[in-house]
Write a protein that binds this ligand. Structure first.
Ligand code: GLA
Length: 408
């Protein structure tokens, strides 16, 4: 176990210390560079990113940290990277290597390295250790955070700075070409451009990122509760790519550049042409885009009842039309809905790619402990599985840390 949760300087400082200590133990060197990239929770706007739509993610105070120093003189032209949580290491030639030649977890790193090499950036050999407190496969973007942490580390190691969107694109390209998931840009942009003030509204067509701050009066009184079902999702298994292909087919049939441009009314009118399956997929997309833009306004006004109602509606749409939920997640949303406003819950929904993972709930801070207990008990009774529940705190996007951090 890392000391993360207990460190008085906060979980990120503790992770940095873990990574730094790992570098000393594994390679016997001090850290010259330390890079951190956060995971994210998506408040709403699910599966809309690859349809050029709107998303509302928030970078959370859980990170991937990479601590690194120069290579040993006899180390050759390679980056040697050790993962603390997997207790495994990989050697990546710094001039690039053919995809498929490394274990899956390292393909994210390999893809990012390739992105730098393709841009003509010379990467010197180095040694690094990864530490992370983002649960894997929980829909909180552990893989995007790994990619973005690697890109941030490479900025440090090569003394270059990428434009934020370019950095996110390198990370996404690694996921597409090396990890085999045809994801959108949400997770990588959230990890690069996250804000301490709260969620960001991203228009995935022009990639503009707009912070959405709640009124100062409600920042302490209203929080996002994340519940991890411990049902592992895996986006690489084909369902994600199938959903994406279905959306592209629906857009093609409707003569639209993407489903971003299609309204619920147009979909209803084209039902016969689309058939039942594509109608459902397209309907989720059109209604989810409307919900996402509307919720951003509701949150800015502090209208949490409206925001919560939109979260429940998003969940129903993902469950019934997009078909990416699972029974355990539906149970969690139902338990939250039964507590309702009187119990301190404004709204709840599945978050992330789906097929397991987490729910995100908008709740009153004063009730959050009681809500977490209630959900934990109900979930354990209903599924015989343990629930992981924690409050998501907004955090800044990826950055280099002072390498002296965590020395104590
Ligand atoms: C995963 C992908 C994202 C996005 C979400 C669903 O997290 O990486 O690009 O499509 O699923 O909203």
């Amino acid at each position: 176990m890392s000391a993360s949760a207990k460190d008085p300087a906060g979980p990120l400082a503790a992770l940095a210390r873990d990574a730094r200590r790992g570098l000393a133990e594994r390679f016997g060197i001090p850290a010259r560079w330390i890079a951190a990239a956060p995971g994210r929770v998506n408040v709403i706007g699910e599966h809309t990113d690859y349809n050029e739509g709107f998303v509302l993610p928030m970078a959370i105070d859980k990170h991937v940290v990479l601590a690194a120093g120069p290579a040993a003189p006899e180390g050759g032209e390679a980056a040697e990277i050790w993962s603390e949580s997997l207790a495994a290491s990989v050697r990546l030639p710094v001039h690039g290597s053919p995809k498929g030649s490394v274990p899956h977890w390292a393909s994210y790193l390999q893809g990012v390295l390739a992105g730098f090499v393709e841009r003509g950036v010379a990467v010197p050999p180095f040694r690094a250790v990864i530490a992370s407190d983002i649960p894997l496969g929980a829909g909180l973007s552990s893989s995007a955070a790994l990619e973005v942490a690697m890109a941030t580390l490479l900025e440090g190691v090569t003394n270059t700075r990428l434009a934020p969107r370019d950095k996110a694109r390198i990370a996404r390209q690694a996921e597409h070409a090396y990890a085999g998931v045809p994801c959108g840009i949400m997770d990588q942009l959230a990890s690069v451009m996250g804000q301490e003030t709260g969620p960001v509204l991203i228009d995935c067509r022009d990639e503009s990122v707009t912070p959405v701050a709640m009124p100062a009066s409600s920042q302490e009184s209203t929080v996002l509760l994340i519940c991890d079902s411990h049902v592992k999702h895996s986006l690489g298994e084909g369902a994600y790519a199938r959903r994406r292909a279905e959306c592209e087919e629906a857009a093609r049939l409707l003569g639209a550049r993407s489903l971003r441009d299609v309204t619920p009314a147009q979909i209803a009118a084209a039902e016969a042409q689309l058939g039942p399956l594509l109608t459902k997929r397209a309907r989720h997309m059109a209604t989810e885009n409307e919900r996402t833009v509307t919720i951003a306004e509701a949150l800015r006004r502090g209208d949490f009842e409206r925001a919560g109602a939109l979260m429940y509606a998003s969940h129903r749409s993902l469950r019934d039309d997009y078909e990416v939920s699972v029974a355990e997640i539906d149970l969690l949303v139902d338990l939250a809905a039964k507590l309702g406003l009187e119990g301190g819950v404004y709204g709840s929904r599945i978050t992330g790619g789906g097929f397991g993972g987490c729910t995100v709930s908008l709740v009153k801070a004063k009730d959050v402990d009681a809500i977490a207990r209630h959900l934990t008990d109900g979930y354990e009774r209903g599924t015989k599985k343990a629930l992981g529940a924690f409050v998501a705190r907004p955090t800044a996007g990826a950055h280099l840390l002072d390498p002296a951090q965590g020395t104590s």
